[in-house]
Design a protein around this ligand. Structure first.
Ligand code: GLC
Length: 476
């Protein structure tokens, strides 16, 4: 009892220290556009959605600690020094027998996500700890073999994807390529000093091949047993062919093995797309044909990117459920979304359900508030494209896909007061164009001096709306 409390506190410590850059994926340097027509079409469709949810749910929700990473032995990870590493791993892996989400309510998740204005889902089918949220036939390390196994919804993935598809979402499966439970990745014969597989794959090709087959079979289950899937989001960018290891990968600071962690993406992708035509594959940071869009993490690129991209950012401080976590304000989320979209990307916001299987009232409230702003101002976000000038101070710009309408969105901090005029430089309206406040459709007075536009707000408007952002629309 005492011991698990301590472990729990250690986990919180890791989270409260914030996300460590060593386990954050940067944006990849190179982008290769897909060639398959169906993939190209889906990518275009996905680029219209702009706002999605990534749900991290797994064993780590039980003690409420950082997702998976506490069982990795790299030196940036804090752990109680009086507990041996092996005892810690044993305790963590044993959480399988405590995972019992009796209130599992994916419909509640999907409704709350829809209320936020989100349009696509990425769900952790398996994180680095190897625990599977579907009834996989490849291992017993899954929800189907947890205390929840006797529940009619124990094949959780099916219910999650159904709930989201019912709300009209595009759905995606997050899948961790590294698997720290699999004996083919972390061979129990040896110590597990870091995130990589802990044996030389050149010396033990049989074992690595087992791992490849295991990975292939699991992805095949996901692509064949759970209806239409739009996206396969592959995490753990260090699992990659040796020849793709570049300076960018070295800059993560994690140890790089001398062998290749090649899982044969071409054959996985071929199988996956045979079953799910047009499937988007996001082999994060690896580049090439199977990274259909780029995924900077917990950050927004300085400049607009030329290629399809998405920032994944947590609503709180952690990806999974941490009881003491505090959530970003509505205005922070709106500003992040607006900036990402103005720079041509999409925002994938991370929310972690409780170990019982629900979103908390606080998470739901937070999503609802975001949705209130999106409900009124979504026109400036969905199905827009970036402009060459995407920002002027706190004003961000987007445009309709036909390039005819321009949107300017002024974002403020939580404590800002309304100013009576809003000024920006660049993206001036076409001569004679009306300027409208999107939230109520009212026409506003404005003037243009050179490249500077000044909009006057109506005199009866006294405060900034929830979300602290005002969106304007005009012809360009
Ligand atoms: C990073 C983290 C991983 C998390 C992912 C989500 O890769 O290491 O734990 O699941 O980001 O984007």
């Amino acid at each position: 009892m005492k011991r698990s409390l301590f472990i729990y506190l250690v986990g919180l410590l890791i989270v409260s220290q914030g996300i460590n850059a060593q386990h954050e994926h940067p944006k990849s340097e190179h982008y290769m556009a897909p060639k398959d027509d169906k993939v190209v079409a889906k990518l275009e469709e996905w680029q219209d959605l702009k706002f999605g949810i990534i749900i991290h749910w797994g064993l780590y929700a039980v003690p409420g600690i950082i997702e998976s990473w506490s069982i990795c032995s790299e030196d940036w990870i804090e752990r109680d020094s009086t507990i041996s590493y092996n005892d810690y791993k044993e305790w963590y892996f044993g959480l399988k027998d405590k995972f019992n989400p009796v209130k599992f309510n994916p419909q509640q998740w999907a409704e709350a996500s829809k209320a936020a204005g989100m349009k696509y889902l990425v769900f952790t089918t398996k994180h680095h700890d190897g625990f599977c949220l579907w009834d996989t036939k490849q291992t017993d390390y899954s929800i189907a073999h947890s205390p929840f196994g006797s529940n009619e919804k124990s094949d959780a993935l099916k219910y999650v994807l159904d709930a989201y598809r019912n709300q009209g979402f595009m759905v995606g499966t997050y899948f961790s390529k590294p698997d720290w439970y699999s004996e083919y990745y972390w061979w129990p014969k040896y110590a597990t000093p870091n995130r990589n597989n802990n044996y030389d794959a050149n010396k033990y090709p049989w074992r690595w091949n087992q791992f490849k087959q295991y990975t292939y079979n699991q992805i095949q289950e996901l692509m064949t047993g759970y209806g239409d899937v739009d996206l396969l989001w592959l995490d753990g960018g260090w699992v990659r062919p040796l020849e793709t290891v570049n300076d960018e990968v070295r800059a993560w600071g994690a140890p790089i093995p001398s062998w290749s962690q090649d899982i044969d993406m071409p054959s996985i992708a071929k199988m996956a797309r045979k079953n799910q035509p047009g499937l988007l594959i996001v082999d994060r940071t690896v580049g090439g044909l199977y990274e259909n869009y780029q995924t900077p993490e917990q950050s927004i690129p300085e400049q607009a990117l030329d290629h399809p991209w998405e920032s994944c950012i947590t609503l709180g401080g952690a990806w999974g459920y941490v009881p003491t976590d505090s959530y970003k304000s509505t205005s922070q989320v709106i500003r992040t979304l607006v900036e990402v979209v103005a720079k041509g990307g999409s925002l994938l916001l991370g929310v972690g359900p409780t170990p019982e299987g629900e979103f908390t009232p606080e998470q739901i409230e937070s999503l609802k508030k975001i949705g209130k702003w999106m409900d009124k101002n979504g026109e400036a976000i969905y199905a827009t494209r970036a402009l060459s000038v995407c920002q002027s101070n706190n004003v961000f710009f987007t445009q309709s896909k036909d390039n005819k309408t321009c949107y300017a969105i002024a974002c403020y901090d939580e404590n800002s007061e309304l100013e009576k005029t809003i000024t920006w430089t660049g993206n001036v309206p076409k001569k004679g164009s009306a300027m409208k406040l999107i939230s109520n459709g009212k026409r506003l007075k404005y003037k243009v001096e050179g490249e500077t536009v000044t909009v006057s707000l109506p005199s009866d408007m006294n405060e900034l709306p929830l979300g602290k952002a005002l969106a304007f629309k005009y012809k360009k």
